[in-house]
Ligand binder design. Structure first.
Ligand code: HEM
Ligand SMILES: CC(C)=CCC/C(C)=C/CC/C(C)=C/COP(=O)(O)OP(=O)(O)O
Length: 319
């Protein structure tokens, strides 16, 4: 049975040039906007938390470049994964497997946006942040999507680094440097990723089984995955309070991060206590959903903490 993708290639091979019937919405969907919105939010947090100032117009340009670069990496991921996306129930309706966009169009779109975002960021802001953006795109598309994802159950642990760079890019946009503080922001997301994704991988095991992608639940089983989910949730909770101990966030932030971390660990333990073979996997779905709220809440608390500190110093300075 020819899949949609084969049929598309056949159409292109008969020499008969066809205009793409893809809509702007289809191209927008290639950018993984829902996922990348939180990615860009963490980049914005890195820009806000950096101990210096950036011209607001340049700051906006920086965030737009990071957003375009993140979307470009999503388009290139969908281009490469079109074969397995066509088989997995969760991804079968995406623009390429659904036949709305041809693989070559997605590849060109992703490459053009990647070059555009990196070049503009380098010219308008600085070349260090542009380099980190380029490296992040490369890491997600080549290291994770093309290599690790299909070859090792540790794919998302190592590949998770790609998703953790955005706050470091935002920080570098302002300071033109990589520091201990921006590395801690990187580590929070890096350690958060396994619990975030393996929760989903638990209830999507059959999908990954069907396409032969070696996700941890499929390779090492549910019990091992649940143990590692709890371990990474604990490490994330510990890392998230480090800003207070390193002096770039208040004790008040530390308390909020500790409470959020306790909730994250609680959700991960609920997954650990879930019987293997459970069909509904409610705790796993809850952990996946909470993981997104958790990351949003931690980075929001960091920015709020910075705002309160700035207002406090302004008020103190004006008396
Ligand atoms: C290698 C690292 C990561 C993996 C393997 C991963 C995996 C996934 C998968 C498979 C989904 C479901 C997407 C869908 O069905 O369309 C998802 C959703 C999501 N991810 Fe991750 N993720 C990673 C890193 C991140 C990072 C770094 C962030 C943000 C900082 C993030 C934020 C989200 C959000 C917001 C959603 C929900 C999207 C929606 O509601 O449709 N993810 N993730
Ligand atoms: C600035 C910049 C380049 C940011 C990139 C940030 C980044 C790498 C985010 C990871 C997003 C994600 C859903 C990865 C999963 O890919 P997958 O292929 O496992 O998920 P899928 O099966 O849903 O496609």
């Amino acid at each position: 049975m020819m899949t949609v993708i084969d049929n598309h290639e056949a159409l292109a091979e008969d020499g008969d040039f066809r205009l793409s019937e893809a809509s702007a919405r289809d191209y927008f969907e290639l950018l993984k906007p829902r996922v990348m919105s939180l990615v860009v939010f963490t980049a914005f947090a890195g820009l806000v938390l950096a101990p210096d100032h950036i011209n607001p117009v340049l700051g906006l340009i920086a965030i737009l470049c990071i957003a375009v670069g993140a979307g470009a990496s999503g388009a290139l991921n969908m281009w490469y994964d079109a074969d397995i996306d066509a088989v997995m129930s969760r991804t079968a309706k995406r623009p390429i497997p659904a036949g709305r966009i041809m693989p070559k169009e997605a590849l060109a779109f992703g490459l053009v946006l990647s070059c555009f975002s990196v070049t503009i960021l380098g010219l308008a802001v600085n070349w260090l942040s542009a380099f980190i953006l380029a490296f992040t795109i490369f890491f997600y598309v080549v290291i994770y999507t093309m290599w690790l994802k299909r070859s090792t159950p540790q794919n998302i642990v190592i590949g998770g680094a790609a998703g953790a760079f955005p706050p470091m890019i935002g920080w570098a946009c302002v300071t033109n440097s990589v520091t201990i503080e921006s590395t801690v922001l990187f580590l929070i997301i890096f350690l958060w990723t396994p619990a975030h994704f393996w929760a989903l991988a638990l209830f999507k095991m059959r999908d990954y089984e069907a396409v032969g992608v070696p996700m941890l639940p499929n390779v090492s089983g549910e019990r091992t995955t649940k143990h590692q989910i709890v371990a990474y949730a604990v490490l994330t909770a510990i890392c998230a309070v480090l800003p207070t101990f390193l002096g770039f966030a208040s004790v008040g932030y530390g308390v909020v991060a500790a409470v959020l971390g306790a909730a994250f660990i609680y959700c991960s333990i609920a997954v650990w206590r879930m019987p293997d073979g459970d069909l509904k996997m409610i705790p796993a779905k809850k952990l996946f959903g909470f993981s997104i709220f958790y990351l949003f809440a931690v980075f929001s608390a960091l920015m709020l903490d910075r705002l309160v500190a700035m207002l406090g110093s302004y008020a103190g300075g004006s008396f």
